[in-house]
Write a protein that binds this ligand. Structure first.
Ligand code: AMP
Length: 439
């Protein structure tokens, strides 16, 4: 099946060809014809499935069909709501790319950027707005934007929006948008809360589900390294250096943890940047840019900061800390193995995190393979105590002496190791000096 068979117009087919896409992804195959028909759609599709194009392409086509070039200024006819600035930037870019051969105008409305510039742009008029809820409400209050002509509404990463507490904002916005409209709701997971949101917002929706719910991408190879917390950093540096990984997204739980790990990896000679909510928009953009262009090889990020990052062909994702919300594991892993590329997702799990690992595996309904020989003394990943909410995994920095034995020194041969000492030492040395040299 080709894009042409989906009923897209020449202008859009050209934009798709410009991107080098040959065949539509499953969510594009299912969603595009439905959206072109004018149906409301509830789609369960995670990042990396090609979901952005699956709503952007038909949305552009529908707007272009009834576009009046003489209407000045343009009325806002489509609103795409997203949870984060990063996702807004990514969707905005996609709209521009796919709409390159159409006379439609898009603006992004996000917090953290100049409200004055946005105001001028909105007053000039545009057809499509990509927005985070808070800043959009600011503009509505200042009468810079009017939502009464909206024909198509998209909620992207709706589960994220609910997690981040945007429900009241969404309700407030819905009261200002015409009831007669086409609504599209995209969400990585479709728990009951999303079904109930869909029931409120959508009219007789068609449900589209790609990749089974709660399944991670099939082309991502996942592994768990059981390791004492105090050796995680050393193991991470070793893995990056010895494998000569060029682009690794490392997830940590806290902003403080992100800054600390960034510093430690830099000390290990690995070019690293950190991305978290306390950084200014400028610093975030810079970190992302350096990562995308290969100036830094490691990006350390918190879940919130990483939401919506679109980095093509990201080969390695590492969970330095396990997420406490099992669904976040799926979101994190969704950063790799996109659109058919192969990805590797490693989790460094210490005994104190065993509970979260069990919760994740319950959600996945399968076990994540364990690495038998981590190069360190094995640790037990059996649950000791169910954690008190948010207390179990504090960054105390203290060692848990019950389960973490002293590691076998790197280069010293573990009793059951089949690898040779020299190989391991050599690999490590190479990686380290390599990353220093480039830094
Ligand atoms: P998304 O799920 O929207 O975040 O898209 C993931 C990545 O897949 C993006 O980098 C897109 O550029 C890419 N992509 C989207 N559709 C296709 C396609 N049909 N063929 C190849 N790559 C695609």
């Amino acid at each position: 099946m080709s894009f042409a068979q989906l009923g897209l117009t020449e202008e859009l087919l050209k934009a798709v060809a410009d991107q080098g896409y040959i065949t539509p992804t499953p969510v594009q195959l299912k969603a595009i014809p439905l959206i072109l028909e004018g149906k409301d759609v509830l789609a369960g599709a995670q990042t990396g499935t090609g979901k952005t194009a699956s709503f952007t392409l038909p949305l552009l086509q529908r707007l272009a069909e009834n576009h009046d070039p003489h209407q000045k200024p343009h009325r806002v006819r489509a609103l795409i709501l997203v949870p984060t600035r990063e996702l807004a930037a990514q969707v905005y870019e996609s709209v521009k790319i796919y709409g390159a051969h159409l006379p439609l105008h898009v603006e992004a409305v996000v917090g953290g950027a100049s409200i004055g510039i946005q105001t001028r742009q909105l007053r000039r008029g545009c057809d499509i707005v990509v927005a985070t809820p808070g800043r959009l409400i600011d503009h509505i209050q200042q009468r810079n934007i009017n939502l009464s002509n909206i024909e198509i509404l998209v909620l992207d990463e709706a589960d994220r929006m609910l997690d981040m507490g945007f429900m009241p904002d969404i309700k407030q916005l819905m009261a200002l948008i015409p009831k007669k409209r086409q609504s599209l709701l995209f969400s990585a997971t479709v728990p009951n809360a999303i079904k109930s949101l869909a029931a409120q917002l959508l009219n007789n929706p068609v449900e589209v589900e790609v990749a089974k719910q709660n399944a991670t991408a099939e082309n991502v190879s996942e592994q768990v390294y059981g390791i004492g917390r105090e050796y995680k950093r050393e193991l991470l540096s070793y893995l990056i250096g010895s494998n000569n990984w060029k682009q690794v997204l490392v997830f940590v739980r806290t902003k403080h943890g992100a800054d600390r790990l960034e510093k430690q990896l830099i000390e290990d000679g690995i070019r690293t940047a950190a991305l978290h909510g306390d950084k200014t928009q400028g610093a975030r953009n810079k970190a992302l840019e350096q990562f995308k262009t290969g100036k830094v090889q490691v990006l350390v990020a918190t879940d919130i900061a990483a939401r919506g990052l679109d980095i093509e062909d990201l080969p390695h994702v590492v969970n330095f800390d396990l997420p406490q919300v099992p669904e976040d594991y799926i979101h994190r892993i969704g950063r790799t193995g996109r659109a058919g590329a192969n990805g590797v997702a490693l989790s460094l799990v210490c005994p104190e995190e065993a509970y979260y690992l069990v919760e994740i595996e319950k959600l996945l309904k399968r076990q994540i393979p364990r690495v038998a020989d981590t190069g360190y003394e094995p640790v037990s990943l059996k649950i000791i105590d169910a954690p008190k909410k948010n207390a179990a995994h504090k960054d105390t920095g203290k060692k848990d002496m019950r389960h973490t034995k002293k590691p076998a020194a790197r280069g010293a041969k573990p009793a059951d190791s089949k690898r040779t000492d020299s190989k391991r030492v050599e690999a490590r040395g190479k990686g380290r000096s390599g990353s220093r040299g480039n830094g």
